[in-house]
Write a protein that binds this ligand. Structure first.
Ligand code: SAM
Length: 246
């Protein structure tokens, strides 16, 4: 997959995007990350990307011309169409399902805002908007990296064990079951016996139940739409009742 990023701070990407799983995905050619400096698409001596907001108010707004020029130039780098996504707090909330849909693309163009945001006319050149949550960051670079990280680990071959992205939080509409590693007893707390039993069916059943209990306790909103049997739904209700009693 190719991800193109339009930003005024390409240098921000060097550490997080060169380390660990994302770095290795890039080295192995499973992910190609291309950073485009928005200032290369300005036409004045000062390479200006922002201007005062019409109507007044605090801060500066990103000018439309450099952004739209950059989007057109980056789009034209390849013959095939690539969707353009603008990072903005007013975008569609990013979640695991959204990450999966982006992971099925051959190419994605991400546009990072700065200052007080982006001139509204730029959005006419975007195919989608992405928000990584209901809070405001200083720029779109960290959100772009969040998106790239979440998408990269879903690309075929990126994670060592293919099963590991299928088994984790949100993949089945549930949070992940509790995980343990050695030692078997730590701080007086033992690992559940079933995990030491070697009985794979019992372990799978235990993990499923624990995932349902945990989701019901901490994210009851997810339980509503999770795919559960009638028995599992009762289990979720009981876990919820325990919380209400406490
Ligand atoms: N004034 C804008 C507003 O209230 O929506 C916030 C602008 S923010 C300071 C500057 C840039 O950071 C945005 O254009 C966007 O690219 C990025 N950004 C900030 N928070 C974000 C979030 N939660 N999700 C995605 N992008 C975000």
């Amino acid at each position: 997959m190719i991800v193109d990023v339009i930003t005024i701070f390409p240098e921000m990407f060097s550490g997080p995007m060169s380390t660990s799983i994302v770095g290795s995905a890039r080295e192995r050619g499973l992910l190609e990350l291309r950073l485009h400096d928005l200032r290369d698409h300005t036409s004045d001596r000062h390479r200006t990307t922002d201007d005062y907001p019409y109507g007044g108010g605090p801060g500066m707004v990103m000018k439309p011309e450099p952004l739209v020029d950059a989007i057109r130039a980056v789009r034209d780098l390849e013959p095939d169409e690539a969707p353009v996504a603008v990072l903005t707090p007013s975008g569609r909330t990013f979640d695991q399902e959204f990450a999966r849909s982006l992971g099925s693309l051959d190419r994605l163009i991400l546009v990072c805002g700065r200052y007080e945001g982006i001139d509204e006319r730029v959005f006419a050149h975007a195919d989608m908007t992405i928000s990584i949550g209901d809070y405001v960051l200083t720029g779109g670079e960290l959100p772009a990296m969040v998106v790239i990280d979440a998408v990269a680990r879903l690309l075929p071959g990126v994670l060592g064990d293919e099963a590991s992205s299928e088994d984790e939080s949100f993949s089945e509409g549930l949070l992940e079951y509790p995980q343990y590693t050695r030692p078997a007893i730590y701080d007086g707390i033992s690992v559940p016996d079933v995990l030491l039993s070697g009985n794979h069916a019992a372990i799978a059943a235990y993990r499923r139940e624990e995932a349902i209990r945990k989701t019901a306790r901490v994210r009851p909103d997810l339980i509503e739409s999770a795919r559960l049997t009638d028995d599992e739904r009762r289990l979720a209700c009981d876990a919820r009742k325990e919380i209400d009693r406490d």
